[in-house]
Design a protein around this ligand. Structure first.
Ligand code: SF4
Length: 483
């Protein structure tokens, strides 16, 4: 497991990252670097597809980390050309948690209008219905990925160009998608009409880049041009960028959890630094839920910016009361049951000298199942803390996500089954408070808080207000807030 958070099994898990380049020498190497910077968005598998006029499309798809698969000369030499797209994956549809190589993207297809390699971040909420319909009409699926629905819809379109076929296909799908695709002539990028998942446009010399996050522009020295707008389809070639809006206009509903946890803190989304948003969430939390304490400690690393904000606003000193072992990797051998059970202690250690005798505020970004919050509280108490107060830099997570994020079922979400007081008792802390949804909106730029009639973001995992009805799930009897 890549060191994204020491408790990845008790976090909502993002999903995928996409990247594309056109007009660059060694495009595949640039894509590999970009994917490396996006590795936190998916660690199970990655792939790169490149186009070269001499050799055509070449694709390499592998299980595992970018750094282990896309750094050797023989692999990169197999991906020649001035245009490439890539993908890192944690499966949100298809074989969840056990990626099969056939599901690894980019997917490549030879259409009547030419070849296309396609990579997708998000989740199609009507993929099951589409797959049933397409299979009925004779499509033969080769993967369990929802992205393949887009490919089959493109293949069946009567339009003449790849771009027109893609527009046709995307008009049939529902849900969240940021797609990058490569044709012989162009790099295509498109965001769903609500812009639920991120996508940005960058410039590196004469080359154009599409990326899930700006941190992956920085790694190659590219400049951010702008965010791709919700519902926008971009066609980039060495000559320039064309932009069209093929879908019916809708009010954007970007995923607010990107600010809370998914995106890297050194990324900028829609003009707002993710780090700054998290720091401001911590400040809101300090105003909403103050507590008499001696030190403010983050649960590293994702709780750190919010803990800094909480400390700044409250005036209580910030301290690294929990230290993360940076070197616990997937190669670590856990030889016995006893050692395996030490779990959290292998990854985090309490800084006893800082904690002992203190009233401690622990700041974390979210609580999902709550299993790790309990373990951390135990460790902090064992180290002699006088009091432990938990402050969470997001509202209670009470609903599952259907838009490209792996969430447990509602019954497994701690906050969906317990009141705040029950959680306090269950976790064994002296107090627990979550930032309010209004506080989260204020921290992300909505001074008046959440406008219930027209929310700026998707916040369904906190509110149950799903901006796109989860069609497949509703067909299986799933309830939403409106149902
Ligand atoms: S439900 Fe939550 S995690 Fe999913 S897109 Fe909406 S805000 Fe993001």
């Amino acid at each position: 497991m890549i060191p994204g958070h020491p408790f990845d099994d008790d976090k909502l898990r993002e999903e995928c990252g996409v990247y594309g380049v056109v007009g660059a020498k060694d495009a595949a190497s640039i894509v590999a670097l970009g994917l490396h910077a996006l590795q936190h968005r998916g660690q199970e598998a990655g792939g790169v597809a490149a186009y070269d006029p001499e050799t055509g499309f070449n694709t390499v798809r592998r299980l595992g980390y970018v750094r282990d698969n896309f750094t050797t000369a023989d692999v990169m030499e197999a991906l020649p050309g001035g245009a490439a797209v890539g993908h890192v994956r944690y499966s949100t549809a298809g074989n969840k948690g056990s990626t099969a190589i056939r599901d690894v993207q980019p997917l490549y297809a030879e259409l009547a209008s030419g070849g296309v390699a396609i990579a997708h971040n998000g989740n199609l909420v009507n993929a099951e219905a589409l797959r049933a319909e397409l299979t009925e009409r004779g499509s033969i699926f080769q993967s369990s990925s929802d992205t393949e629905c887009i490919v089959h819809l493109m293949a069946r379109s009567i339009q003449r160009t790849v771009v027109e076929r893609m527009k046709d296909a995307l008009r049939r799908v529902e849900g969240a998608y940021s797609v990058v695709a490569l044709t012989r002539d162009a790099l295509i990028g498109v965001r769903d009409p609500l812009g639920i998942r991120p996508l940005v446009l960058g410039r590196l010399g004469d080359a154009w880049i599409l990326s899930s996050e700006t941190c992956a522009l920085d790694i190659v020295g590219a400049e951010l041009v702008r965010d791709v707008a919700p519902g926008e389809l971009i066609i980039a070639t060495a000559e320039g960028v064309e932009s069209v809006f093929p879908f019916q206009q809708a009010k954007p509903r970007f995923c607010i959890f990107e600010y809370v946890y998914f995106s890297r803190p050194d990324s900028v989304i829609d003009g707002l630094s993710v780090y700054e948003a998290r720091r401001r969430i911590g400040m809101e939390l300090a105003r909403e839920a103050p507590v008499d304490a001696d030190i403010i400690c983050p649960v590293p690393d994702s709780g750190t910016p919010a803990a800094i904000g909480y400390a700044q606003e409250s005036g209580v000193p910030f301290a690294m009361g929990i230290i993360r072992n940076q070197y616990v990797g997937r190669t670590f051998i856990e030889p016995t049951e006893h050692i395996r059970n030490m779990g959290v202690r292998l990854k985090l250690n309490v800084n006893r000298a800082i904690i002992e005798g203190k009233r401690v505020v622990l700041v974390d970004d979210s609580v999902v199942r709550g299993t790790t919050s309990r373990k951390i509280r135990e460790m902090v108490k064992d180290a002699g803390a006088a009091e432990v107060h938990l402050r969470i830099a997001s509202p209670p997570t009470t609903w599952p996500c259907f838009y490209g994020v792996d969430t447990p079922e509602k019954e497994k979400l701690l906050a969906a089954t317990m009141s705040e007081e029950e959680m306090r008792v269950h976790l064994g802390v002296d107090s627990i408070r979550f930032v309010s949804l209004d506080g989260l909106y204020r921290a992300t730029g909505s001074g008046a808080g959440r406008d219930a009639a027209q929310p700026r973001f998707c916040d369904a995992c906190f509110s149950g207000d799903y901006p796109v009805a989860p069609t497949d799930r509703l067909a299986r009897g799933h309830l939403t807030e409106d149902a």
